[in-house]
Design a protein around this ligand. Structure first.
Ligand SMILES: [Zn+2]
Length: 112
């Protein structure tokens, strides 16, 4: 593309955005992917193309999936979970239940 000035001149008032939109509705649709860091990536696919389950996030390189609430786990940054980690996780859950139970009991005591 040589002669930037000439191109800019012809583009004035031509509405390049309208053109792009029209092209998309005819031949493609957009699919959103989310990575574990919450980056949203929208990719335009041709309507007859196979949509991949995963897409590499262009911002951080993590795999991104189509479910925003359950993005694929980050394979490299996710620390390996040891047995101890699982136990700790369970224990914090139990602690949370205990705290909730305690709060409910207090609430019931106050009422009676
Ligand atoms: Zn990302």
């Amino acid at each position: 593309m040589a002669g930037g000035n000439a191109i800019r001149g012809t583009r004035v008032g031509a509405g390049p955005m309208g053109e792009a939109e029209r092209g998309e509705t005819v031949a493609r649709h957009r699919v959103a992917f989310w990575c574990a860091k919450g980056h949203e990536t929208r990719i335009a696919f041709a309507t007859d193309a196979d949509i991949p389950e995963l897409w590499d996030c262009p911002r951080c390189g993590l795999p991104a999936g189509q479910d925003q609430n359950e993005p694929p786990p980050a394979p490299r940054t996710e620390p390996y979970k040891t047995h101890l980690a699982y136990v700790r996780e369970r224990r914090s859950d139990a602690d949370g239940d205990a705290l909730l139970e305690e709060a409910l009991t207090r609430l019931r005591d106050r009422r009676s």
